[in-house]
Design a protein around this ligand. Structure first.
Ligand code: NAP
Ligand code: MG
Length: 504
């Protein structure tokens, strides 16, 4: 760890001293306060206390951000594709240079562990690296129309696009949306969640340092109902990529429909990890623990349901419980292996699910309550929790809890596993554990899900398209599919002089 960040962490934990972190919007290449002077408080979830405040947008700030993005668009769209790629490549390098500063800011606002934050920066840098190769390879098609006409398609950037970002993965969600949008030649406005505003501004500053023209990446801080709703309704915003709850996603789509903006919707899930009777139980236990307790379960694609064959139910649940017992919960800067829940509201929402499960007489195989931390007693922590043998219609099987709660469904055979896996309104991710690759591939074919992994829940990377079906949303991020969603196709047909005799 660099001496600078080491001293930040020491001073912060010992005396609450906060380093100078950006506290305004990022508009036209500069950190700026709100035009009204309005501000909002930011809390550290691991300590359960406010530690700084930042600007909060009003309608004027929305207009200023869009005006800046329109100016930035004209410059960035016309920048040579090769140079656009170089800017994204430099961004990847700058993120790794500043990984520790970014990880500090991510940890004190999200609540996740410092190790998780560093891994998120590495993964986001890789996202910029991947899309750095895209701008000079975005090619249209030539269309055969016979000798008297030339037909082709041109790919054009959509214009100003908005990224509405939730609080669970601010750095990686920023990269996942903004890198492909910039690769396509769009300009962007990011609206981070109100509780996690800092790293988006730090990343926008790094993009400028990498050579991005002022205005091509703006960040608007503030409430979803003001900044998010204002951007969604703005007639000069051409596309909105939204990650968050289905309810707010519906509001964003309704606003976008009024001015014919396109949308990408990433709305979470209730993803199953399916352990068939013949699977490697130890590998499935490792996969299940990583799938739900990473980031304290605040992951849209978390493996929040374990669909397990009754023949291996006992040994697998025991193997998982043994691993869960080793998870230490605490402040993300104090070396714990699982951090905090992002807000008091979210912690209370999770506790309400756990209270309901207990009231229904459900079996709590591990955890099931708030974790009261000896060092940070005000921190917003939940014990890693395992709810065993739940019925299909149990609320903890049907609803996205968005916390460290694994719900177990016991099934009898492959067909029953498929029925259980497909039994929710969601369809984002599914993991299958089996030694029988034929059976696993058949399940993968029949599962209602945007992506399926076999014998490695978190398999894949930025190269693999990601998105949902049904209530998990639509549109695809990651992979080349993401760049396509920030481009539109213009068809061009030209009549050309033609004489058969003149052609050799
Ligand atoms: P949310 O309210 O949907 O927030 C997502 C983003 O949308 C935030 O930036 C939010 O700003 C913004 N927003 C809120 N109201 C808006 C509006 N009317 N128009 C435009 N943007 C708006 O999600 P949440 O409150 O953070 O979490 C609620 C639940 O959503 C969670 O418990 C979980 O089930 C789900 N969730 C899913 C994901 C995912 O990755 N798919 C991520 C987070 C949460 P503010 O921060 O100011 O509200
Ligand atoms: Mg919200």
């Amino acid at each position: 760890m660099t001496a600078v960040v080491n001293s930040w962490i020491k001073a912060y934990l010992e005396s609450g001293t906060v380093p100078a972190l950006p506290d305004g919007h990022f508009i036209d290449g500069k950190v700026v306060p709100s035009l009204s002077g309005e501000r909002m408080e930011i809390a550290d979830p691991g300590m359960g206390r406010v530690f700084m405040s930042v600007a909060a947008a009003g309608a004027d700030d929305v207009d200023a951000a869009v005006a800046s993005a329109l100016r930035g668009f004209r410059i960035w769209r016309d920048t040579a594709p090769m140079e656009r790629g170089r800017v994204l490549a430099r961004m990847a390098a700058l993120m790794l240079r500043d990984m520790e500063q970014l990880a500090f800011a991510e940890t004190v606002t999200v609540g996740k562990t410092y190790t998780e934050s560093c891994n998120n920066v590495r993964s986001a840098a890789r996202t910029f690296e991947y899309y750095a190769g895209a701008p000079d390879k975005l090619q249209g098609d030539s269309i055969p129309l016979g000798p008297a006409q030339l037909g082709m398609t041109l790919l054009e950037p959509l214009g100003v696009v908005t990224q509405i970002i939730p609080w669970n993965y601010p750095i990686t969600t920023f990269a996942r949306g903004i890198a492909p949008a910039l690769a396509a030649g769009c300009s962007v406005i990011a609206k981070p969640a109100e509780t996690t505003p800092l790293t988006a501004v730090m990343l926008a500053q790094l993009l400028c340092e990498a050579g991005l023209p002022a205005g091509a990446c703006n960040v608007l801080l503030g409430l979803g109902t003001v900044a998010g709703a204002g951007l969604s309704a703005h007639p000069d915003v051409a596309h909105i990529t939204f990650t968050g709850s289905p309810k707010v996603g519906t509001a964003v789509m309704t606003a976008a429909a009024q001015h014919y903006a396109s949308v990408t919707m990433e709305l979470g899930g209730k993803s199953p990890l399916i352990a068939l009777a013949d699977c490697d139980v130890e590998a499935a236990a490792d996969g299940a623990v990583a799938a739900i307790y990473e980031n304290a379960g605040q992951i849209c694609s978390a493996g929040s349901r374990l669909v397990v064959d009754k023949r291996i139910h006992r040994p697998l649940v025991e193997a998982i419980a043994q691993r869960v017992a080793r998870i230490s919960v605490g402040h993300g800067l104090r070396g714990a292996s699982m951090g905090a829940i992002n807000s008091r509201r979210q912690m209370e929402r999770i506790l309400a699910f756990l209270d309901q499960a207990k009231a229904l007489g459900s079996k709590v195989a591990f955890g099931g309550a708030r974790h009261l931390d000896a060092v940070d007693p005000e921190g917003w922590f939940i014990q890693p929790t395992l709810l065993d043998d739940l019925a299909t219609d149990h609320p903890c099987v049907q609803e996205e809890i968005f916390g460290p709660v694994l719900s177990v469904q016991v099934v009898d055979g492959i067909e029953d596993a498929l029925r259980a896996a497909n039994s929710t309104r969601y369809g984002l991710m599914a993991g299958i554990y089996s030694k029988d690759i034929g059976a696993a591939l058949a399940l993968a074919r029949d599962i209602k899900s945007g992506q399926v992994t076999i014998n490695n829940y978190w398999g894949g990377g930025v190269e693999v398209p990601f998105g949902g079906v049904e209530q998990s949303g639509f549109g695809r991020e990651k992979g080349f599919a993401a760049v396509a969603s920030y481009c539109r196709t213009k068809s061009l047909v030209a009549k050309v002089p033609y004489s058969q005799n003149a052609r050799v």
